[in-house]
Structures are given as C-alpha cells and as structure tokens.
Design a protein around this ligand. Structure first.
Ligand code: GUN
Ligand code: ZN
Length: 455
C-alpha cells in the first residue's frame, strides 16, 4: 500500500449492466479505498495520470495486467454455515429436517471443543479466501466461544464477514441446543459485544443475529432477539425462510397464529433492511410485498435447494423484477460446494429449469445477471453496497485478479477452457465464469490488502 493496477476491470453497475473496461488505471490509497479510476489509459500515459492524481509515480509501483488477466469484484457469499465445512458432500435424499437431525447437528456439536473450532474455522476461512470470497455471512454453531473464534479467525485472515451464533432452544437434540431462551439471548449479547470489541469500527467483521429458523426458536427467544434489534438498530439479522415443504409445514404447526413466515418474523421485529432471508422459495404475494417494503434481502442458494430434499427453484427473476435485493449463497454444507463459481453456474441451471417449467414466462438468468448476484447483488443483500461490490471511486478495493493463460497444454491455466488467439475479452470472461476455478484466482484483495498470492 498504496497500490496502482493497470489493465481490464469487469464489474456490474446493476443487475442488467455489465461493464468491461480495458486499459484502466486504478489507484488504491493507503486505506485500501479506490482513490481514482482513469479509463482509456494506455500504458504510456500511466505515469502522467499518477502525477495528475497528485502522486509521485516513484511511490506507486504499478502492476500491469496482461492479456488473459483482469480484475473482478470479490465474491460475496450471503449464506454459509461455517461449522458445516467438513460435512459438505454428505446427506443426499433426505428432507431438510431429516438431514438436520441425521447429519448436521452431530457435526455442529463438535464445535463445543474450541481447539477443533479453531482448526476447522481456520481451514474454512482460508478456503473461502482461496476461492475468492471476500465477504461471507456466517452462521456459527450454537456455541458462543466457538463463534467468537470464528469472528477472530475472519479478522486475522482479513476476510470481511458477518458472524452469528445460532439461536436454537428447541426442536433439536438435548445435546445440541441452547439451555434456555434467556441463556441464548445472554450469549448472543456477549457475542455481539465481543465482535464489536475485536473490530471496534466494524471495518471487516460484524455481528449478525442468527435465529436458525422459527422451528428452533420459541417465541420468548424470537421476541428477545427482536428487542436486541430495537436496541441496536444497525445490527444485521439472518434466518432461513420458506426453504422446504416439511419446514414450512412444521412452522405452521408451531406458530398457527401466523398466515405465513413473513408475518411471523415481522411480528417479532426481525424483518428490516439489514435482514438476510436464505432460500425464499415459496413466497406468497403478500410476503413478497412485505419483504420488499421492509427492504430485506434474499440469499439464493441454488445448490442446496436443488439437492436437499426435493428439487426446488426459487423465482429469482420475479424477485429482481419487483426490486427485491438478491444475492447468492453457497449454504455450505447443505450445499456441497464452497465455490461461488459453482453457485453461479447452478443458478444458471436452476433458472433455465424454471424457464422451461414456466414455458418461458420466467426467463433464465443471463451471464451478467449471475455475475451481478455473486458480487454487487450480494453487497446489497449484506447492506455493504456503499463500500464494496464493484469498482467505484471511494469504495474499498475488494477484488480478484483473474489469470486465465498458463503453461498447461494449449496455454490454459488449470483446467479452464484454453484461451485462443481470437478470443475476445467477453469470451475470456465467459470461459472463466463457466469453467474456471480457484487456480485462476491468482490474487485476492480485501480492503486493498493482498490476502492470497499465487503470482
Ligand atoms: N434450516 C435450519 N438449519 C439449516 C441448515 O443448517 N441448513 C439449511 N440449508 N437449512 C436450515
Ligand atoms: Zn442454511
């Protein structure tokens, strides 16, 4: 720091606007913010631009990106269960509630051991950064100490994160639940205070209230969480929302007084512009109106909703059409992959299935729309779009340096489609999104600092 980069940047301005800008010069200031973007700047004009910005070219070592290399905003994973990192891949052909009971709670229980938590969370956050996730919204386990460790680990590795302790005081085995609503609330307050003490300005890591879902929270617990929201208006909230048939049915049995889940969470004061609702598959008209009015965001998790229980397709295009905020989530480990590239590809497949299923009324997502959801859309859902999500002067520099040309046969890097001489930048970008992997993510910057170096 400071830093200057010259080459191609690719980002979105909104769901339908992709910008590919070649010959850009980005100047990143010592706070990690994008100080200046010079467009249409050939390499021989770089020093003049640096001087024009009031700096000496000598103190700005410029990194020149070559053909096949470009910058994109960091990926934002809006829904991730950190204690499920080691259970990815387990548990097909079960309904959601069976999978929680048979696979998940036993895995999450292991996080009562803080040494295990440190080891596993270190691996989980490292893998996220390696795969280009610059921001993640994490569910921890029920354990407050392990969840503090998760927040500390994100801060140590400089990943931007929201971290929450799961609130759950019923409908799970006795060996894996909060002992009471009061204890759950007390520990939640303790976690919020801890996260705010380790990152006092909330620059990277922030607390998030995490009622697992209404099934695991009685009304004392939900109303207590609502009180915390009242007292702390800037606090974030996340939960699972209209995810699966068995989940919705059981929720109705437990809370028969509510018409639907939007009513339920709203009644307890948990719906607001800082609320992330995972899945959101079966929303009634009224629920869409409510969450739009409240400004909630949706974490679309196409892998887990297609593989856990029945194959389900959230009507993402309908949400976008209505102006509801939408981002993407891996939902590790309900989702088997921690790669946002995989998630984007599955979002394309699921939306294609919806297109066929609705006889074209609900058209498939376009490439740039999927890319928007993984970057700026996710930033909107997390309420950090004024800070990250695309390359705008004044925002923080959360970016991935993508390399696509290497020394494998045919010049490819890793196993992505080889880049051929005639390939346009549009083709190179599409090949990366559809066939690239973490080997093509050469560098990761978070708030201007390099946190992954391979080249
Ligand atoms: N609903 C309640 N808990 C979970 C979970 O861990 N994963 C998913 N996908 N849904 C849930
Ligand atoms: Zn989940």
């Amino acid at each position: 720091l400071p830093l200057a980069l010259h080459g191609t940047i690719i980002h979105t301005l909104d769901a339908s606007t992709l910008e590919i800008l070649q010959d850009c010069l980005l100047i990143i200031d010592s706070d990690g913010k994008i100080e200046k973007i010079f467009k249409d700047t050939p390499a021989d004009k770089v020093n003049a631009c640096i001087s024009q910005a009031g700096h000496s070219p000598d103190v700005f070592p410029v990194k020149y990106l070559r053909r096949g290399e470009f910058l994109i905003p960091g990926f934002i994973d809006t829904h991730y269960h950190a204690p499920q990192y080691a259970q990815r891949g387990l548990g097909r052909d079960q309904t959601l509630l069976e999978w929680l009971e048979n696979v998940t709670f036993a895995h999450e229980r292991k996080f009562e051991d803080v040494a295990y938590a440190k080891r596993m969370y270190t691996a989980c956050v490292q893998a996220g950064i390696k795969q280009g996730v610059t921001t993640a919204s994490y569910y921890g386990s029920v354990h407050v100490e392990a969840t503090k460790i998760l927040a500390e680990t994100c801060l140590e590795q400089r990943q931007r994160a929201f971290v929450g302790k799961c609130n759950m005081n019923r409908s799970s085995p006795e060996w894996y639940r909060d002992v009471s609503a009061e204890e759950s609330l007390k520990e939640t307050r303790e976690l919020v205070a801890h996260v705010r003490s380790i990152d006092s300005e909330g620059k990277l890591v922030k607390p998030i209230l995490t009622p697992r879902f209404a099934i695991t929270c009685d009304d004392t617990l939900l109303s207590g969480l609502g009180r915390i929201v009242d007292e702390t208006p800037d606090i974030h909230v996340q939960t699972h929302f209209n995810e699966a048939v068995d989940e919705m049915e059981y929720t109705r049995q437990l809370y028969p007084q509510f018409q639907h889940e939007a009513d339920l969470y709203d009644e307890f004061g948990l719906l607001g512009p800082q609320t992330i609702l995972a899945h959101s598959i079966f929303l009634k008209e009224e629920e869409m109106d409510r969450i739009k009015a409240k400004g909630c965001g949706i974490a679309h998790c196409p892998i887990s909703t297609a593989t856990l229980g029945e194959f389900m397709m959230a009507p993402i295009r309908e949400y976008l059409r209505r102006g509801i905020k939408v981002g993407l989530g891996t939902d590790v480990g309900g989702g088997f992959s921690s790669s946002m590239l995989d998630i984007m590809r599955h979002a394309f497949i699921i939306s294609k299935a919806r297109e066929t299923f609705t006889k074209g009324a609900d058209p498939a997502l376009k490439l740039n729309e999927g890319f928007f959801l993984a970057t700026l859309g996710g930033a909107q859902v997390c309420g950090i779009h004024d800070k990250v999500g695309n390359f705008i002067e004044g925002k923080e520099f959360d970016a991935l340096e993508i390399h696509t040309i290497g020394s494998e046969p045919c010049g490819s890097l890793g196993v992505m489609s080889p880049i051929e001489d005639e390939d346009s930048i549009e083709a190179i970008f599409e090949k990366f999104l559809m066939t690239g992997d973490d080997r093509n993510i050469a560098k990761v910057y978070i708030a201007g600092q390099s946190v992954k170096e391979t080249a």
